[in-house]
Design a binder for this molecule. Sequence first.
Ligand SMILES: [Zn+2]
Length: 295
Amino acid sequence: MEKFKFGRSLEELKLAFASGEEVLKEDEYLGDDGLPYCNKCKTRRCFVSEDEKFAMRGMCQCQEAEMKRQEEEKKRQQRITRFNMSIENALIGERYRKCRFDTAVITKANHSAFEKCRNYATNYREVLRQNIGLYIYGDNSSGKTYLTACLCNELLWNGAECIYTNLASILAEIRSSYDGNGMGECRLLRQLQRYDFAFIDDLGKEFLGREFNAASSKWAEEKLFEVLNARYNSQKPTIFSSNYSIGELASLLNLDKAIVERINEMSTRVIKLEGDDFRKLVREEKSDIAKSLGI
Ligand SMILES: [Zn+2]
């Protein structure tokens, strides 16, 4: 906005324009009221005080709209920059960075789960305040990771701080800290507590065939319990995804009762993702393309 010329009365300003002391710009004309107007939008480029005693040069409607547009564009750019930085921090896998609700393939089977996750992201402030966690499960081809990646990206876009990880990565980080590498267990747990939302993808996978490696499996279980407690104590939501229902964690994977109970407690909502076999859909689509190419 142009500077207010303090102490200048409306009459003085009109006089200044009439005498040529104040010069009209190329895209302006002098209106019947003796004040400058915009050629384009035909509105006044002057601000007149309510009592009509004082006046200053000001913006016309199209200049104001342009300024607003530029401010919004700046905000949008800042948001994109922040999003790109936060997606980097969230550790979300390269191939899942572009997953968004708007471009997701919604089918009859996954519609309800997507809708719930979308509402979750929209209401993220309340969800965070109320510490509402999710447990999303479905078989291997149901698109769980895709769905949780959409949710994570949407939350990041909305400005929430998220971490997207899985038990295998957490265990690897802890293991490497034993060799003096890695960030160390305490720091890792502290970091996990810091985020508004923590995603633990593919829970349970580490415990398949545990009977063949009882010691390592026991250790993984202990670490999982520490991770769960870190999040539990932070009173912030955790979003689990798994091939197994919470009941199956106990019955099929034989997870410790305390762990299963804690997961159950942290999962305010359990969402079952009905399978559409996305990999099959992609295969079929590719197969159709190949067919059309005569292959
Ligand atoms: Zn204008």
